[in-house]
Design a protein around this ligand. Sequence first.
Ligand code: C2E
Ligand code: CA
Ligand code: CA
Ligand code: CA
Length: 288
Amino acid sequence: KYADSAMYLAKRSGRRGFRFYTHDLTVEAAANLQLESQLRRAIDRGELELYYQPQVAFRDAEVLGSEALLRWHRPGFGFISPEQFIPVAEETGLIAEIGRWVLREACRAAAEWNGRGGPVHVVAVNLSARQFQSRGLVQMVEKILAETGCRPEWLEFEITESLLLDDDDTVAHALAAFKRIGLSIAIDDFGTGYSALSYLTRFPIDTLKIDRSFVQKVTTDPRHAELVKAILSISRCLGHRVVAEGVETMEQAAFLNVYGCEIAQGFLYSRPLPKREIPSLPRYLTPH
Ligand code: C2E
Ligand code: CA
Ligand code: CA
Ligand code: CA
């Protein structure tokens, strides 16, 4: 915020503001550098943790799985949001190591929760575009599955639409390989990217996650309501599972359920929870 307003002032005051502007950038760069070096050590120091947010059936709130969400306890700063540090991890390349750690943790959890029989609990893991740039992604995934005893059907990868616009073949190859292994693929934040809908037919996609920004307007804005109905109807025709993310109210849940959305994720059902709380969840959650 401070940096933004400083830049705004600098632009407005023209040359006189120039020094102020560069000074401020330096301060910001220094802060980022510090963030980076702390992030570099975060894994070794055990400061990263995965939380899991349940995904439930709209019909009866049965727990079907959960999304793994990264948390960082940064010394001296408390909890830092992934929206703040994931971009830094992507820019610096640290995402490779962090992503590997996340996947291993999530696979361990999935193996633990599914190892005792009972209903399958699918764990969804976010993959950043940057992770697809490394040649060894598919082998890394196979290695971690083998090491942790996680079966591919217990795991789903969440990727963003923008990744599919890269005409680079690496993404298509990786997705095809994941499919062959038996993993499922979800499109995260569906509807917010520059989607050419044709990609839905070109890539092996199992699940669409309707972005929270749409879900939160279905009961207040008729145009968003129509948009979400259209998404649900397309996905029915193409055979995709649809998860509505960020469901917060009973009204939103009722709307989505009526128009055929089957899976919900949001504060109405549960916040993201620490790992140890997942096994003691009831099989059916109570919305509140
Ligand atoms: P996302 O994948 O869209 O994750 C959903 C975000 O929405 C989470 O925020 C979750 O806590 C929040 N959320 C869930 N339900 C509700 C609701 O009902 N209301 C509201 N207001 N928010 C809700 P979080 O955990 O802060 O994660 C933010 C983003 O950081 C994620 O967005 C994802 O893009 C990224 N991220 C998190 N963990 C990882 C990771 O392990 N790897 C990568 N590459 N990215 C991650
Ligand atoms: Ca996600
Ligand atoms: Ca999302
Ligand atoms: Ca989102």
